[in-house]
Write a protein that binds this ligand. Structure first.
Ligand SMILES: [Fe+2]
Length: 480
């Protein structure tokens, strides 16, 4: 339930700082990241002026992406509902502005609501997505004008803010929260674009081709031992990523790369969708009810698998990570392959733990913010890169593409870490904890760097597959 389905603050209850309501996280007095790279989004910048500049840059980048996603189609495409799973794009547009107003202008600055009458329309808890097209939503021009007006006031507020004094302000947390929120809705809007039928509206260059990917070992070994999971130091990390805690794991092996379309096609060709023994009972029931035979957006024509990607139908590229699969499908594939999905802790250890220093890094490659050489993030490309890409983004153990490309399903339910404390409101994470949701890690090509960390946790229903989801597999090491 990526991001946009996330709890939103309830406008009526968010009257003052501290009692607020959408996404976010606390921060044990941040000792500062043990980092060596340049400041990442969410990393405290040295000095208030630099922090202001970093925040303004993130807010502007998010708005530019929102504009790209909403200026590329006609108004009727913005107000239409392209799938009952998604909101009309114009809802996301005004909701982005509404949340920004709520959190920054009202909660942080104590201002009065600009248009209190529209608050209920954009409360994600009050109206499920399927219902949103029936609401008297702001038309596109008014939605843009509202979001623009809010942003102008927020940038003025940022200029004057001490960026300290309250928990919401410290390290610019509330501003970082809003930059992440907008980018998360941008990912959701990109999913809407993928579901939309009609002329092609978005294009991008393909990701760079990998070099020497065929020489990579199929799996990497992560030795037994403890590691630090979660964070106390990422200033813009959300509550569910906290606190940092030690986890002891037996040795395991993990696929070097996400599972490719070619490998997944072998599962299909081998009758994987027809064999109940590969599926959990719930998974098999769902497979039958939903009539699953292949990943979402795939069709078979003349013995060849084709896929639809942002309006373009093309042969399934064999070397790309498989995309748009549910947890049930990922789990069935892993069983068919004689393996299993990694647990969330295994995924994070493989992504962050550096056996040389004994510490957990911010990202697989180290502490530096993600650059184009590290990972396929931020909608630079409209597809995952071929497996084995981004050698500069490899982990200490040699795994590739743990960050970016595809969200990776894990075996784990979405649960709180020991010592979890909800902040700034329960509905961001706490109300979702439990066995109903499975955790996804790593972010997709549609995730912005500001909303992506080695500690970032996403969660969704195991049937969900319109999201940019893939997976890799793992196995335990015998005798350990
Ligand atoms: Fe939202």
């Amino acid at each position: 339930m990526l991001n946009t389905d996330r709890p939103e603050p309830t406008p009526g209850t968010a009257a003052h700082p501290g009692t607020a309501t959408p996404p976010a996280a606390p921060g044990p007095a941040a000792p500062g990241p043990a980092a060596s790279g340049p400041p990442a989004p969410g990393t405290p910048a040295p000095g208030t002026a630099a922090l202001r500049e970093l925040i303004a840059g993130e807010l502007i980048a998010a708005r530019e992406r929102t504009a790209r996603l909403t200026d590329c189609v006609e108004d009727h495409d913005l107000t239409a509902q392209h799938s009952p799973l998604m909101s009309p794009l114009v809802w996301d547009l005004a909701h982005i502005g509404n949340q920004e107003e709520l959190w920054l202008l009202r909660n942080v600055a104590g201002r009065d609501p600009m248009h209190p009458e529209i608050d209920p329309l954009y409360d994600a808890f009050e109206h499920p997505r399927s219902e949103r097209p029936t609401l008297p939503l702001l038309p596109p021009a008014e939605a843009r004008a509202y979001a623009h007006e809010v942003r102008g006031r927020v940038l003025d507020l940022l200029e004057a803010s001490p960026l300290e004094g309250t928990r919401l302000l410290t390290d610019g947390f509330a501003f970082g929260l809003i930059a992440q929120h907008e980018q998360q809705h941008d990912e959701t809007m990109l999913i809407t674009h993928q579901l939309r039928r009609g002329p092609v509206a978005l294009t991008s260059p393909p990701p760079p081709a990998p070099v020497g990917a065929d020489r990579l070992p199929p799996e990497v070994l992560v030795p037994a031992g403890p590691f630090t999971m979660g964070t106390d130091t990422e200033p813009w990390a959300l509550d569910n990523e906290r606190p940092a805690h030690q986890v002891e794991l037996p040795a395991f092996r993990l696929d070097t790369t996400p599972v490719s379309n070619a490998a997944y096609q072998r599962f299909i060709a081998d009758g994987g969708y027809d064999e109940p023994r590969w599926w959990t009972p719930e998974g098999w029931k769902h497979r039958l009810q939903a009539g699953l035979v292949a990943p979402l957006f795939w069709t078979e024509e003349g013995g060849q698998w084709l896929r639809r990607r942002f309006g373009v139908v093309e042969p399934v590229p064999p070397q790309e990570p498989v995309l748009h699969v549910s947890w049930y499908e990922a789990d069935a594939y892993a069983r068919w392959a004689g393996r299993r999905l990694p647990t969330e802790a295994e995924w994070e250890k493989a992504a962050r733990f550096d056996p040389v220093s004994g510490r957990s890094r911010r990202f697989p490659w180290g502490d530096a913010s993600p650059g184009p050489e590290h990972a396929n993030l931020g909608q630079r490309h409209l597809q995952p890169a071929p497996v084995g890409s981004y050698p500069d983004g490899g982990s200490a153990h040699g795994a590739r593409q743990l960050i970016g490309d595809v969200w990776e399903w894990t075996a784990s339910d979405f649960l709180p870490y020991p010592g979890f404390r909800a902040w700034p409101y329960r509905e961001y994470s706490e109300v979702f904890f439990g066995p109903e949701y499975k955790v996804l890690r790593g972010g997709s090509f549609a995730v912005a760097p500001v909303a992506c960390r080695g500690t970032f946790r996403n969660w969704d229903y195991p049937i969900r597959r319109q999201i940019f989801s893939g997976f890799r597999t793992a196995c335990s090491v015998e005798g350990d």
